[in-house]
Design a protein around this ligand. Sequence first.
Ligand code: FAD
Length: 403
Amino acid sequence: MAPRNISVAIVGGGIGGLTAAISLLQAGFDVQVYEQSRLLSEVGAGINISPNASRILNWLGLGEECARVAYRSPFFHQRRWDDGRTLTKARLATDIEDEFGAPHHIFHRGELHALLAKPVPRERVHLSHRCIGIEQDGKKVRARFENETEIEADVLIAADGIFSAVRRALLGTERPRFACRAYRGLIPVEKVRDIPPESTAFLGPGRHFIHYFVSAGRMLNFVGHVEQEDWISESWTEPGKVSDLRAAYEGFHPQVQKVIDAVDETFIWAVLDRPPIPRWTFGRITMLGDACHPMIPFMGQGGAMAIEDAAAITAALAQCGDDVEAALKLYETVRLPRTARVQNVSWENLTRFHMPDGPAQVERDAAMAKGMTDWSYKHIAWLYGHDAAILDPSPQVAQIPGH
Ligand SMILES: Cc1cc2nc3c(=O)[nH]c(=O)nc-3n(C[C@H](O)[C@H](O)[C@H](O)COP(=O)(O)OP(=O)(O)OC[C@H]3O[C@@H](n4cnc5c(N)ncnc54)[C@H](O)[C@@H]3O)c2cc1C
C-alpha cells in the first residue's frame, strides 16, 4: 500500500501527537487526530526544545516560526543554592547550533503547541474525542470514544500522555512514580528586568529552583522543585500559595528571592514518571511520548523525546511498506533503549541535583566544574547529536563516560 492508503489514528493532540500528525501527513499517510479536550491548547509555563528535537522541527518546515516565537538563552548556568557559586555554565545560543547543527529553543508551551497545531488541517483534528476503548483483529484497529463514536484505522498511535487510557487498556492500571512537587509560574519581564538573560538553576538540598525566559523574552518562567514524601491530592496540578513557595526557598541566593518577590500566582504540580517498560507496540497499536516513556523534567527531554518518536515512527512506517506491524516493532526496537536511558538519567538527576551539603555534594560540584557531567558538549553529544529519523537498532546510547 502507498502511504496515502494507510490510515493512522492518533489519540492525543499534545506535543507528540501533533508532531506525529505533521510528519506522517508530510510523508503521505492518511492521518486523523482524536483529542479529548474541547480546544486544542496547552497550559502555560515553559519548555526547552534541545537540538535533537529542534532539528526535527526544522525538517518539518517549522524552523522559522520556532525562531520567531522562542527564546534563545545565551547560557545554561547551574549554581549553588546559597552563595550562587557557578557549578557549570554551558553555552547555548549560537554555540550549541554550531556544535549540533540545530538550535536550543525555549518556548511558552502554548506557543509551541499553537505552532504545531497550525499545519494540521482542521478537518483531521477531532476535538471532544476522549478515547475509552481499543481493539484490533490483525487487519484493523478500532477505537471507541466517550461521545459514542467509533473509528477504524490501519494503525493506532497512543499519544495520550502520562495517564494514557490506551496504555491502561494494554497494560492494566499502574500507579505513576512520584518524584517531587513543582511550583510553576510566569512573570512579565517588566517585573524582573535585572534578572540575567541566561537559563539558571540553583541546586540545593532536597530542592532546586530554575528560571528561564520564554515568549521571545517577554516572560520569565520559573519552576521550584521540592521533594516531599508523596502526592496525596487527586489532581496532579492545582493552585499553590506564593507564601509556601517563599518558605520552601528560604536561605536560597538573593536572585531566587528576587524572582519569588515578583511572583503573583503559582501552580503546584506533581512531578511524576513511570519506569521504562520492555515493550509498547502491540500489533497495530503503539505509543509515543509520555504514554510510553514519561520522565521527570530533570533533563528537559520529555517533549523532545515525543518529537523524536514522531520522526522515528514516520521513518519506520515509510520504510516498511504494507507491513505496519513490522514498522511499529522496528520503531519500538530503535526507540526503547534511548528513551529508557533518558528516563533513567532524568531520575538519577533527582538525587544529583538535590544532594545535601557534604562530601558527596563536594565531589559532584568538582565533577561539574571539570565538565564531567551532562551539559558539557562532550557529555551531551549522545543526546543532542542524535538523528531520530535514522533507524539504527544498535544500542547507540550505551558508552558515554559518567553514565
Ligand atoms: C514541570 C515540567 C517541566 C517540563 N519541562 C520540559 C522541558 O523543558 N523540555 C521537554 O522536552 N519536556 C519537558 N517536560 C515534559 C513534557 O511536557 C512532556 O514530556 C510532553 O508534554 C509529552 O508530550 P505528549 O504529547 O507525549 O503528552 P501530553 O503533552 O501530555 O499530551 C497528551 C494529549 O493527549 C490528550 N489525551 C489524554 N487522554 C486522552 C484520551 N483518553 N483520549 C484523547 N485524548 C487524550 C491530552 O488532552 C493531551 O492533549 C516537562 C514536564 C513538566 C511536568
